[in-house]
Design a protein. Structure first.
Length: 451
């Protein structure tokens, strides 16, 4: 006999955990199923511990900027401090007891196991059956994608899951992939003294972002001693028991450690999505504005393909939970999804890039302003690289996208996110007052350069 519940939540990433708790608190009977750790990738292997490493590494970089600005300094890196912080404060040593108890206190029933959807209302967890009267909510996230490079399988390579648990900064590290994971961690470890080589298959770093942002990180990272090799696809990999050797583009790279950060994968087959008519070969599941795949089955988070970010997962969780509860709720909108890569300078962006806007046949106008030439950037001096790029739909007189890269690029992005989200007329953005001398005054400068 299948165990009955109002709602079954499969996968408790950030959004699944939030939605499950809210639904349980509202009085619904909720079964939450998680095969690993409640909270998902973000707190245990992703955002939070990686940002703790970055915070620690950035403090070293700031200390090294003292001679240019304020005298002398000596920073002696010790990775043990942040490794311990990740254990004590971020991951509880990869133990989710507190999160499970929080869910149970909210009234939920927690089941540890691997769930498979068997029909529009039914779920099987390692042989135990469950039936949902109201909804099934999927929040199963992604796993690291490991390319089939000859020699790689079977070696002790790292993905984001192992690198986050490192107790020491290795002497040397090869990073496969110049996306957000690869670059954030490459810079963080470099600042702790690790010799880094980044191998990116495409011709630019951060290939999904504006070329100006890519060029910025391609300038900044080598200046810190990081080896950047774009257009470089690994052809073979060996591990001799102590070191990795990667062959690519006629060259050989050797390092103590190898980090594979080449994107993410999903296994919709294993999740049983064929049983509700989903094409299991697709990279994401199609959902309507209230996150339904079909009536009664919802999906949120990375698997929906609207940006693999915690804030998207949480945003969708709110909408899906409200809809399941029968509350009046606005549908999801994705025209102003913000994203920040936490390199130093941070690379923030929202909405469309120039290329995406042109592909949509918009009447595109763009403008850029350089942070070092703004008053605040000039004052800031050491570590002041950055830019604002605006992408406007000239016909409608609004911004449809923007990039904010700089020392606080992710924070400056907030005003641009609001402008794109609200479709604020450019005329009104030009009429407002920008505090002097802030980094965000560069937005005013860029607005003045739009035709
Ligand atoms: C190194 C790194 C850094 C990142 N930094 C940031 C950042 O700074 N900002 C940001 O917004 N995002 C960041 N992300 C992305 C972020 O972690 C994810 O977008 C976020 O976790 C949301 O994912 P999700 O909600 O889809 O689920 P996930 O967090 O992926 O969780 C899904 C859960 O489902 C479980 N599960 C899967 N299948 C089953 C099954 N069949 N049965 C039971 N349970 C199952 C998994 O065990 C997992 O716990 C980062 C990611 C990485 C890897
Ligand atoms: N700050 C943040 O918000 C943050 C940080 C980290 C990750 N994330 C999320 O996690 C997702 C995954 O991050 P990611 O960096 O792994 O993925 P990604 O897909 O963004 O980047 C992977 C990179 O690896 C390259 N690549 C693929 N195969 C390769 C190969 N064989 N050799 C060399 N390079 C190869 C790709 O061209 C790409 O540039 C991101 O899309 C992002 O949404 C977010």
């Amino acid at each position: 006999m299948a165990e009955q519940a109002d709602v079954i939540v499969i996968g408790m990433g950030p959004g699944g955990e939030a939605a499950a708790a809210r639904l349980a608190r509202s009085g619904a009977s909720v079964v939450g199923i998680e095969k690993n750790l409640v909270g998902g990738e973000c707190p245990y292997y992703g955002c939070i511990p990686s940002k703790m490493m970055i915070r620690a590494a950035d403090s070293l970089a700031e200390a090294r900027r003292v001679p240019e600005l304020a005298g002398t300094s000596q920073a002696v890196p010790d990775f043990a401090t942040v490794a311990q912080r990740i254990r004590d404060e971020a991951t509880d040593d990869w133990d989710d007891t507190v999160a499970v108890e929080r869910f149970e206190k909210a009234g939920g029933r927690f089941v540890r196991g691997t769930a498979r959807i068997t029909g529009p209302k039914t779920v099987s967890v390692d042989g135990q059956d469950f039936e949902a009267s109201r909804a099934i909510l999927l929040n199963t996230g992604t796993d690291p994608a490991v390319p089939p490079i000859p020699g790689l399988a079977g070696t002790p390579y790292w993905t984001n899951r192992e690198v986050i648990a490192a107790k020491d900064a290795p002497e040397s590290l090869i990073v496969l992939g110049g996306g957000p994971i690869g670059l954030e961690l490459a810079q963080a470890f470099a600042r702790f003294g690790t010799r880094i080589e980044v191998l990116e298959a495409l011709d630019t770093l951060l290939p999904l972002e504006e070329p100006e942002a890519s060029r910025l990180v391609e300038d900044v990272l080598p200046a810190e001693g990081i080896g950047i090799h774009t257009g470089t696809r690994a052809e073979s990999i060996e591990h001799d028991g102590t070191a990795f050797t990667v062959r690519a583009g006629g060259r050989t790279y050797t390092a103590e450690r190898l980090l594979v950060a080449t994107g993410r994968r999903v296994d919709f087959d294993a999740l049983g999505l064929a049983s509700i008519g989903v094409d299991t070969g697709a990279r994401s599941v199609p959902t309507d504005e209230h996150l339904r795949i079909i009536d009664g089955v919802y999906a949120i988070g990375d698997i929906t393909g609207h940006g693999a970010f915690t804030h998207v997962s949480m945003y969708q969780a709110g909408i899906a939970a409200s809809h399941i509860l029968g509350e009046e709720t606005a549908g999801a909108e994705y025209h102003a999804v913000p994203r920040v890569t936490f390199t130093d300078p941070e690379v923030g962006a929202v909405g469309l890039t120039e290329r995406q806007a042109r592909e949509k046949d918009l009447e595109v106008a763009t403008a850029t302003a350089q942070i070092p030439s703004s008053a605040r950037g000039w004052i800031h001096k050491a570590g002041n690289q950055g830019l604002i790029k605006l992408v406007a739909d000239a016909e409608r007189g609004i911004l449809v996208g923007a990039t904010s890269a700089g020392p606080t690029g992710g924070e400056v992005l907030s005003m641009l996110t609001l402008a794109v989200h609200e479709r604020t007329p450019i005329r009104r953005l030009r009429e407002m007052i920008y505090a002097y001398p802030t980094f965000h005054r560069a937005v005013e400068d860029a607005l003045g350069r739009l035709p």
